[in-house]
Design a protein around this ligand. Structure first.
Ligand code: BMA
Length: 823
């Protein structure tokens, strides 16, 4: 028993976001050593940019002109004023860094308190004995991440990776060294908030919360780990849905457990399956009647598992939420900005809402980026977007030696803890493509016995998850096959399909019936506005200097062109080239998604590479670096509509698949018609169909329709039940598409919204409004619409205050496949 009476005032948190400056301390600085005001959280590029010392890294050829920044040591400093009362009123003062990017020493009043080198974890340092009344100097001195990574790579032994710089030898976002869609920034900075926590007696150190439903009710368990300055008895109270449970904590206890039973809870469901009720779990640590520390978590009640029970055709990878199988309509996510500190809650919310509006239900956070922020996960919980977070390892072999080994363990523990309570969290995976790389990319010879990361994926991560969050599903990698099969085996687990983009054409997606596709995709340029805001080449061509800087894929432009020529000729003028490549991107992914979806439940999900971009670039993204929607997003939206019909070839026959991703049966009549492009009906047959809830039916539609007499001038439709699919008997380039003869009328809906009705006199393929060309912030709700002669479609255009029909009808705005064919 301690005799003294400890201070029992509550923890105060002071956020240290002001008064920082930064200067070059060593290295090839091109801005001298002047002090510049620094944003915290932030990174050096953004500080130099706001000081007017560098041009925008995203524009023209600035990327390479700014690469010196990554070779410089940057020192951040501030003065922390402490009042006598502040100093005296708490027993303990701790500096909390939520994130330092990346290699830094931290000094308080001239005393070195830490050397750190991991972007992916937070730090808490006891500075009680270093602070004094008045101004206290706080210095965070970053060292060049490029030089550090190079030195580490030599010290640890260099290992196989797809890009020249050793991103694998430093615990820093891999893509900050550049990627096949990413600018290399080599940023340094205090990229997440900094606080001073002052407290006495006892505080909450780590809190693990887990919500699980059973029957109509639910259980919330809370395990709180405590930090103490004093052995003092305390109480822990947990309140959720109006129910409170309290436990006594003995004076020497370091841990407390509470279970709250709730009689009635509403289940959390993924988007498209139900609502997303969330419950606040409020946790209070008190001594007597004084609350010393408190925190909260938002949880949802759902069960979630992946079925990997081998079946007749292999090993499924099937998501089951609340006992309901879920067809995964997914996208891969990369950092939404190469400087992630400037992505705020609103931007996360907008981006994820765009995903939800495209009927997506899962977001995979790719392992070459970051552990996403609380704002990201909050939005996913609220929107019903399931999340899948990779541990941060991508496309490379990683050392298992110190100092990397301990850093990996620390970051994994912290991030498992941080994310485990999330209703949206559906999966953690060990890495991106490393298991596959080890098998197929010649690593074994290169490594010659050196470690490559298998310890992390097969031992460390499962052990940590078992200890801290046993309810969270885990797979050692993406792709991964359970049962010791080749990691990218089509019949087992998850698969990445890259041959189509890299070497084969997109109709060959139909050569594959994977159990689950976790990555596949096709490149296309950003929207015209995003492209021309960033690239000012004169002339602007696919190969002009700025365009090349903003195309990072190996042989990217060659693959774009070879991937197009089977379908459309490569246009000569830039603006038509831009449309052709965007259209081909959309068509490639449409082909794949409709095919994969038609094979449900053999195939249980498709995750498109990739939703977003981190800067303006030609890439696989559906939403570009300016946040604008590319035609690909409409391809995803159409293919993933809750109810849809598509037509595919299987063998020498054509089949229509009706897919019903709703909870009610879908009944009606569908009519199959073969028509001439001018509309004349050549053959027709109808069926009454009943598509079960969450099910598919596939119908052979070749029956009785006969062979086309003029393949390039006929089209097959399957229509009815408020949906329609088209099948063309030849590639568009070989078809008789003509000028569609478009006319338009515009109706104002409100200050910033219009309905645009477009009518086509001739058959039009993939009619799409490149609406950003009318106004940079305009948006349209649909795209890639095919119309038969004399049909109309209504587009809702928002985000602009004036719109007239002539502007919409400009050929560079109202785009179609016809424009790429018709003379
Ligand atoms: C996959 C991804 C990324 C890459 C993409 C496109 O391998 O995991 O590494 O950007 O392909 O090449």
């Amino acid at each position: 028993m301690t005799a003294i009476t400890p201070l029992v005032n509550s923890l105060t948190r002071r956020t240290l976001s002001t008064g920082w400056d930064v200067r070059a301390a060593a290295g090839p600085t091109e801005v001298g050593t002047q002090r510049v005001a620094a944003a915290v959280p932030g990174v050096i590029h953004l500080d130099l940019l706001s000081a007017g010392l560098i041009p925008d890294p995203y524009v023209d050829e600035n990327e390479s002109k700014l690469s010196w920044i990554g070779l410089v040591d940057w020192t951040y400093e501030t003065v922390l004023d402490i009042t006598p009362n502040e100093l005296a009123s708490s027993q303990r003062h701790e500096l909390v860094f939520e994130g330092l990017d990346t290699v830094a020493s931290v000094t308080v009043n001239g005393v070195l308190i830490a050397d750190v080198a991991n972007q992916h974890r937070s730090y808490r340092f006891d500075v009680t004995n270093l602070l004094s009344v008045g101004g206290n100097s706080l210095v965070v001195a970053f060292r060049s991440p490029v030089r550090h990574a190079n030195a580490q790579s030599v010290a640890l032994g260099t290992r196989p990776r797809p890009y020249p710089l050793p991103f694998d030898a430093i615990r820093k976002s891999a893509c900050s060294f550049g990627w096949d869609w990413g600018i290399a920034t080599f940023a340094s900075g205090i990229w997440r908030p900094v606080h001073l926590d002052s407290w006495s007696a006892v505080r909450l150190d780590a809190v693990d919360v887990h919500a699980s439903p059973h029957g109509d009710g639910g259980t919330v368990t809370v395990v709180a780990r405590l930090a103490r300055t004093d052995d003092i008895a305390a109480t822990l109270a947990v309140t959720v849905a109006g129910c409170t449970e309290i436990v006594e904590i003995a004076a020497d206890a370091r841990e407390a457990h509470i279970t709250v039973e709730i009689a009635d809870v509403d289940r959390w469901w993924p988007a498209g399956y139900g609502e997303q009720p969330l419950y606040d779990v409020n946790i209070e640590l008190a001594v007597g009647s004084s609350v010393l520390d408190q925190t909260s978590r938002r949880v949802g009640f759902r069960t979630l598992r992946w079925n990997t029970e081998p079946d007749a055709t292999g090993t499924p990878f099937q998501l089951i939420v609340n006992d309901q199988p879920v067809f995964v309509k997914g996208v891969n996510w990369i950092p939404d900005d190469a400087f992630p500190s400037r992505v705020d809650a609103g931007r996360y919310r907008r981006r994820l809402q765009q995903a939800k509006d495209a009927h997506l239900n899962l977001i995979r956070v790719w392992g070459g980026g970051i552990y996403e922020s609380e704002d990201f996960y909050d939005a996913c919980d609220e929107l019903g977007l399931l999340t899948w977070q990779d541990f941060l390892f991508a496309c490379a072999a990683y050392s298992e030696d110190e100092p990397i080994r301990s850093e990996v363990e620390a970051e994994a523990r912290e991030n498992v803890r941080r994310l485990a309570h999330r209703a949206s969290l559906a999966l953690l995976t060990g890495n991106n493509e490393n298991l596959w790389g080890y098998e197929d990319w010649g690593w074994k010879e290169r490594l010659d016995g050196k470690s490559w990361g298998s310890y992390y994926y097969y031992e460390l991560f499962p052990t940590i998850i078992d200890e801290l969050a046993a309810h969270v599903p885990y797979a050692p990698g993406s792709p991964f096959s359970p049962g010791g099969q080749h990691p990218n085996a089509e019949e087992h687990g998850s698969m990445h399909l890259w041959e189509q983009w890299n070497r084969r054409d997109w109709p060959t997606y139909r050569d594959h019936t994977p159990r689950f596709v976790a990555e596949f995709g096709w490149q296309g340029p950003p929207t015209w506005t995003t492209l021309t805001e960033a690239i000012h080449d004169e002339p602007l061509t696919p190969e002009s200097p700025g365009m090349i800087v903003h195309q990072k894929a190996v042989d990217g432009n060659v693959k774009l062109a070879t991937g197009l020529v089977g379908h459309y000729r490569v246009p000569e003028d830039m603006e038509t080239w831009h449309w052709a490549m965007q259209l081909n991107q959309a068509n490639a992914v449409t082909c794949a998604l409709e095919w994969f979806r038609s094979h449900a439940p053999h195939t249980t999900g498709a995750v498109v590479w990739q939703l977003n971009d981190c800067w303006p670039v030609t890439s696989w993204a559906a939403i570009d670096g300016g946040g604008r929607e590319k035609p690909l997003l409409f391809a995803i939206k159409n293919a993933f509509a809750p109810r849809n019909v598509s037509i595919q070839p299987r063998g020498d026959r054509l089949f229509a698949t009706l897919t019903n991703d709703t909870a009610t049966e879908w009944n009606g009549d569908v009519v199959v018609r073969r028509r001439r492009f001018d509309g004349k009906l050549l053959a027709e047959q109808s069926w009454s169909v009943g598509v079960p809830a969450r099910g598919n039916i596939t119908v052979d539609v070749s029956v009785a329709l006969g062979e086309p007499k003029n393949a390039g001038g006929e089209v097959l439709t399957v229509e009815g039940m408020a949906t329609r699919a088209f099948w063309f008997f030849t590639e568009a380039r070989d078809s008789a598409l003509t000028d569609p003869g478009l006319s338009a009328s515009v109706t104002r809906i409100n200050e910033t919204a219009f309905d645009v009705t477009i009518t086509a006199t001739a058959l039009v393929r993939d009619l799409t409004l490149l609406i950003d060309k009318i106004h940079p912030s305009a948006r349209v709700d649909a795209g890639l619409v095919t119309l038969l002669p004399n049909e109309s479609v209504v587009f809702r255009v928002t985000g602009l205050s004036n719109l007239d029909a002539d502007a919409v009808l400009r050929p560079e705005v109202a785009r179609s496949g016809n424009q790429l064919v018709a003379k």
